[in-house]
Design a protein around this ligand. Structure first.
Ligand SMILES: Cc1cc2nc3c(=O)[nH]c(=O)nc-3n(C[C@H](O)[C@H](O)[C@H](O)COP(=O)(O)OP(=O)(O)OC[C@H]3O[C@@H](n4cnc5c(N)ncnc54)[C@H](O)[C@@H]3O)c2cc1C
Length: 599
C-alpha cells in the first residue's frame, strides 16, 4: 500500500471538486482524486445553464433569485444558504467568464441569459431570463475551464483512482483510501483536510438522466464512518427525460418556448400552473405528467407525453400570449444543438419538425452530506463541524435546494459553495497539523474489497442492482405511500443482505476490475436506497419532490425540519428531526414566510 501526503485531498473532479481545488491550490498543496478522467465528470452533461441574477436582458436581483430558490424548495431551503447562493452567483459567474468560459453573448457582448423553470421577476411574477449559458453545453464548458485553471495552478491529479474509504481519527480526519483502477493497488492519501465532491446517485432508480458512475460513493462511505445523510427523502425527478431511456432533455427547451402536450394535443400545464405553465418548478411539472399518464392521456396510452419545440407550435403559443418574439428552425439549431443531436441519434426524432417523447426521469439528490455555508461537514442538529472534513456539490446538502431544486441552481451551488469550501480549507490547513495515520489505515477497506473479490454466492451484482432500481422506481419515486415505501424498504434490506452474504462476481483479477468496483458501488447505492426509504417513510407530509398520496398536504407545524439519518451499530438507520430550517429572510421580510406554492 503506497502512502501520499498532501495538505488537502479532494475526492471528485466535477465542477464542485475543481472549483474547490482551484481555490485551495492558491494556498496549500492539493491532490484531486477522481474515478473518472476529470473532464468526463457528470458536470459535463449539464446542458441548460447556470443561474445568476445578472439582469443582462431584463431587470433581475439576487433577492428575487433567493425568493425563487426558497419557494422552489417548498420552504425547506435554509434561507441563509439561499441568500448566499443568490448573492454570490453574480460574482461567481463573472469569475467563470474571466477564467475563460465561452458563454453565449447578447448582440452587445454581455453574457446571454434565458428563461428556466421557477425563475421569476418581482418575487413570483413573470418568467425572467436568469440562466447564463454556453449553448446547451454549459457544464462541459465549466469543466474544461476549471480543469485548465487547476492544471495551471499545479493541482496534482490522480485520475482513475477510486476512493473507497475515509480515514477518521478521534478528532477528525486524516485522509482517504483509494484503489488505482489500472493495477488494483491500494493507496493511502494522508492529509489535513478532505473534501468530498463525488456527485449524485440517480442510478438508484431505473429511469434516470444520470451516468453509470453516479452511485453516491462519497455520501455512502462518509455515512459508514458516522457522518449523517441529510434530507435523503427529497430526490428530484426531472419532468423531461427522453422516453424510454431517461436521457435528459433540458428545461431550456421550455425556456426557449417548447410546450408539453398530451395525447389530445392539450397544453395540459395550463391546468396545473395557470400563470407560469410549462415553466413551473420541476416537482410540479413531473407530477402533472404522471397524472396525465395515469388518467389515460399519455401519448397512445403509453407512459409519456410530448415536448414540442417546433417553430410552428412555439410561434402559435407566443402569438396567443401576445409576445412579439418568434423562433425559426435555425434559432432552435443554434440554441439547443446537443438536444437535437441526442434526439436524432437515439430516437430518429427531429425536434425541429416533430415533438419529442418525454417522461419524468430520476435526476438530482437534494439531500446528501450536511454542510455549513463554508462547506464544513456538520454532524448534528447543532451544526457541529467535523474538523477537516468538507463536502460540496451534489453529494452535499447545505441545504440550498430544500425539497426541490430549481434548474440552473446546481451549477451555481457547485461554484459558490465549492469556492467557499476551497477558501476555508486553506485557512484550516494553515492552522492545523497533520493528524497521525492510524496503524491500520486502509486495512478495513482492503478487507472489504477482498470479501467482494472472493465472493462465491448465488447473486450477481446486476441482478441485485436491477431489482433495487425497479422497486425504488415503483414505490419511492414521484408519488409515494407508506405501504409502497415499506415494500421497497423490505426489498432493499433483503437485497442488502444478499449483497453482503450471497454475492458473486466473475473477475477476481487486479487490473481494471470494473466487476469488483461496480459491486462495491452497488453497496453504496443500497445504503442510499435504504436511507431514502427510511427518511421518506418517516416524513408524513407532501413537500416538493416528496409527494405522499396518504399525506397530500404540506405540514409546516411539524415538518419545517431537516432529516438527519445515522447508521446504527446493528446495521439499521436512526433518524433525527431536531435540525430546524433556517428562516433568516422570513424573519425580516414576510414575503419569505412559507405559503401555498402556486405558479
Ligand atoms: C443530464 C444532466 C443535465 C444537467 N443540467 C444542469 C443544468 O443545466 N444546470 C444545473 O445547474 N444543473 C444541471 N444538472 C445537475 C448538475 O449537472 C449536477 O448536479 C452537477 O454537475 C454535479 O456536480 P458535482 O461536481 O457535484 O459532481 P460530478 O460532476 O458528478 O462529479 C463527481 C466526481 O466525483 C468523482 N467520484 C465519484 N465517486 C468517486 C469515488 N468513489 N472515488 C473517486 N472519485 C469519485 C467522479 O469521478 C467525478 O469526478 C444536470 C444534471 C444532469 C444529469
Amino acid at each position: 500500500m503506497q502512502t501520499h501526503q498532501y495538505d488537502a485531498v479532494i475526492v471528485g473532479a466535477g465542477g464542485a471538486g475543481l472549483m474547490a481545488a482551484l481555490y485551495a491550490s492558491r494556498g496549500v498543496k492539493v491532490a484531486v482524486i477522481s474515478k473518472l478522467y476529470p473532464t468526463r465528470s457528470h458536470t459535463g452533461a449539464a446542458q441548460g445553464g447556470i443561474g445568476a441574477a445578472l439582469g443582462n436582458l431584463e431587470e433581475d436581483h439576487p433577492e428575487w433569485h433567493a425568493f425563487d430558490t426558497v419557494k422552489g424548495g417548498d420552504y425547506l431551503s435554509d434561507q441563509d444558504a439561499a441568500l448566499r447562493l443568490a448573492e454570490e452567483a453574480v460574482s461567481a459567474v463573472i469569475e467563470l467568464e474571466h477564467l475563460g468560459l465561452p458563454f453565449d453573448r447578447t448582440p452587445d457582448g454581455r453574457i446571454s441569459q434565458r428563461r428556466f423553470g421557477g425563475h421569476t421577476s418581482g418575487f413570483g411574477g413573470q418568467p425572467v431570463r436568469r440562466a447564463c449559458h454556453a449553448a446547451d453545453r454549459t457544464g462541459h464548458m465549466i469543466l474544461q475551464t476549471l480543469y485548465q485553471q487547476c492544471i495551471k495552478n499545479d493541482v496534482m491529479f490522480f485520475d482513475e483512482y477510486h476512493v473507497i474509504d475515509l480515514i477518521r481519527t478521534a478528532n477528525g480526519v486524516a485522509g482517504v483510501v483509494a484503489v488505482n483502477i489500472d493495477d488494483g493497488e491500494l493507496h493511502v492519501f494522508h492529509s489535513k483536510a478532505v473534501l468530498f465532491a463525488t456527485g449524485g446517485w440517480g442510478r438508484v432508480w431505473e429511469i434516470t438522466s444520470n451516468a453509470l458512475t453516479l452511485t453516491g460513493d462519497g455520501t455512502a462511505l462518509t455515512y459508514r464512518r458516522g457522518v449523517p445523510m441529510q434530507d435523503m427523502e427529497f430526490f428530484q425527478f426531472h419532468p423531461t427525460g427522453l422516453y424510454p431511456m431517461g436521457i435528459l432533455i433540458t428545461e431550456a427547451v421550455r425556456g426557449e418556448g417548447g410546450v408539453l402536450l398530451n395525447d389530445r394535443g392539450e397544453r395540459f400545464m395550463e391546468r396545473y400552473a395557470p400563470s407560469i405553465k410549462d415553466l413551473a418548478s420541476r416537482d410540479v411539472v413531473a407530477r402533472a405528467i404522471y397524472l396525465e399518464v395515469r388518467e389515460g392521456r399519455g401519448i397512445k396510452g403509453k407512459r409519456y407525453v410530448h415536448l414540442d419545440v417546433t417553430p410552428e407550435t412555439v410561434n402559435r403559443y407566443l402569438a396567443e400570449a401576445g409576445e412579439s418574439r418568434r423562433i425559426t428552425a435555425e434559432y432552435v439549431e443554434e440554441k439547443l444543438p446537443d438536444i437535437l443531436d441526442f434526439t436524432r441519434t437515439y430516437l430518429g426524432v427531429d425536434p425541429v419538425k416533430e415533438p419529442m417523447p418525454v417522461q419524468p426521469t430520476a435526476h438530482y439528490g437534494m439531500g446528501g452530506i450536511p454542510t455549513d455555508l463554508e462547506g464544513r461537514v456538520i454532524m448534528d442538529a447543532q451544526r457541529t463541524p467535523l474538523p477537516g472534513l468538507y463536502a460540496a456539490g451534489e453529494c452535499a446538502c447545505v441545504s440550498v435546494h430544500g425539497a426541490n431544486r430549481l434548474g440552473t441552481n446546481s451549477l451555481t451551488d457547485l461554484i459558490v459553495f465549492g469556492r467557499a469550501a476551497g477558501k476555508h480549507m486553506v485557512e484550516y490547513c494553515a492552522n492545523t497539523g497533520l493528524e497521525s495515520l492510524p496503524d491500520d489505515a486502509g486495512h478495513e477497506a482492503e478487507a472489504g474489497l477482498e470479501h467482494i473479490r472472493q465472493s462465491s454466492g448465488s447473486r450477481k451484482p446486476y441482478q441485485i442492482r436491477s431489482e433495487m432500481q425497479q422497486v425504488m422506481m415503483d414505490h419511492v419515486s414521484v408519488f409515494r405511500t407508506a405501504e409502497g415505501i415499506q415494500d421497497a424498504l423490505d426489498k432493499v434490506r433483503t437485497l442488502k443482505d444478499q449483497w453482503q452474504n450471497d454475492l458473486s462476481i466473475d473477475d477476481r483479477g487486479k487490473r481494471f476490475n470494473s466487476d469488483l468496483l461496480e459491486a462495491w458501488e452497488l453497496g453504496c447505492m443500497l445504503d442510499i436506497a435504504e436511507v431514502t426509504a427510511v427518511s421518506a417513510l418517516a416524513r408524513e407530509e407532501s413537500r416538493g419532490a416528496h409527494s405522499r398520496e396518504d399525506f397530500p398536504k404540506r405540514d409546516d407545524e411539524k415538518w419545517m425540519v431537516h432529516t438527519l439519518a445515522y447508521p446504527t451499530n446493528d446495521g439499521g438507520v436512526r433518524l433525527n428531526h431536531d435540525k430546524k430550517v433556517d428562516m433568516t429572510l422570513a424573519e425580516k421580510d414576510p414575503r419569505f414566510k412559507p405559503k401555498e406554492r402556486v405558479y
